[in-house]
Design a protein around this ligand. Sequence first.
Ligand SMILES: C[S@@+](CC[C@H](N)C(=O)[O-])C[C@H]1O[C@@H](n2cnc3c(N)ncnc32)[C@H](O)[C@@H]1O
Length: 527
Amino acid sequence: MSSTSPTSYDELPYADNCFPYSHPDNLAVVATLYGLEPPALATCRVLELGCAGGGNLIPMALTLPSGTFVGVDLSARQVAAGQETIAALGLKNIDLKAISITNIDRSFGTFDYILCHGVYSWVPEPVREKILAICAENLTPNGVAYISYNTYPGWHQRGLVREILNYHVGRTTGSPRDRVESARVFLETLVRAVPRQDTSYARILQSEMEFLRGVNDSYLFHEHLEETNRPCYVHEFCDRAAGHGLRYLGEADSEGLIEALPPDSRAVLEQWSGDRVSREQYLDFLCNRTFRRSLICHNDVQPATVPSASRIIGMFVSASARPQSENPEITSDKVETFVGRRAGAVLSTNHSLVKAVLTALYEARPRALTLTEIKTQARSLLGRDFENVGQGPTVADILLKAHLGNMASLHVHPPILANDIGDHPEVSPLARLQSRTSERVTSLSHRTVELEPFDRAILPWLDGTRDSAQVLDAVVNSVLAGDFRLEQDGQQLLDREQIRKLMGAELELSLARIAEAALMMHSTNNI
Ligand SMILES: C[S@@+](CC[C@H](N)C(=O)[O-])C[C@H]1O[C@@H](n2cnc3c(N)ncnc32)[C@H](O)[C@@H]1O
């Protein structure tokens, strides 16, 4: 059944995003760490429920060409936009359908990975039940399903502000953007006007206002002004899943993971909790969690209760952190700091092997290394062998901790990308397409990259048909044509040779940035 009546997502489409944690590679990593044998990535079948315009699914289909990808969404407008992108890229392994989740049945077939991001809390009760029913009926025996949802206790605070904004906006009329603007202005005014600024109420309003300042209109509209937004406790989610013959496997995202807790909090948590689910619930009480990205599997699959470092053998690892100093001291006792990609992820250590491992990953970025490669690099950075020298964590222990602490990313099927620019630089066709209308593009490692203006401007020429000198010609011609204005001492530069010299240096930096952002592919012309 195609949707006929326009939805709120037709009115104000959701921003087209990719979600690294929902990538089947990450789902397979979590399943493997918990002792399972997840389906092979190269040929996997993936279903996304509520796929919007395919911002998450299309990049997966592009980078896993032998996989099969099906997305469904009620919003015909979003699906049509996704279909246009698929046609422009010539992808044959992906199908987006403008139908309701409630119309999926057994005849849809089975899938190794079922993804449902940002939908479960935002749909009416029957659809929520149906999402779990699909995970039970349409998931292959060792498949993994990902469902994200708003959770309590964190959402009690956010829900307070949602109710206040809904009341106010309910009294106004206008387009979705008008209503968002009205909500923003109202909240800012309310925060200033609250008479008792020293109360917890004032502090809650203030912190939610700051949070909402950092989100886009589409997010605010669909989180705070959407008709349905029903968070739940993790234990409620797991009970419901159990009712469908499904069990909790783990979290796709290591944020707020038990392993990442400080030792004192962890000890208290262990006292409170019994089984796996109650541990997760008490964890949320400790961390005041607002959002979960939970993985579930069939009940007859028996995951371990904790992730195991021994399962890392055979995986690949890429950097998620950079050393703060330009030349980290590996062999001395000096404390070095590594800064993770995620806000707040910081690690300071004087442990030589940890420093060597993280530095080796950083130097290889964005490429993922095998365990053997990491050991070889670490040995060379340390200037000595480190195995069989007694106690201390193994490289696998270090990598597991680094992965859980957002300092490194594990992969069972690493992204295929080029580390260097090659003879004929070629950027992912999806990123080139996206850059026509946005500075936000999706990398080959399934992350959103904010392009610098110059990088965005040159992307169309990086299609593998030009060598670096020809790309530079195109840049110079573009400057001469007036597309960019180059100045020296306040004067516009018009001399071809001077422009070439200046732009040559700029281009070199730009190409390096683009490669580091995991946007560069191996071009067939580079051979
Ligand atoms: C908050 S958006 C999330 C979109 C996307 N997964 C993301 O996170 O960017 C919720 C999506 O679910 C879709 N949706 C809501 N009810 C649905 C239903 N019954 N069947 C299919 N899609 C539905 C909406 O159209 C919308 O695109």
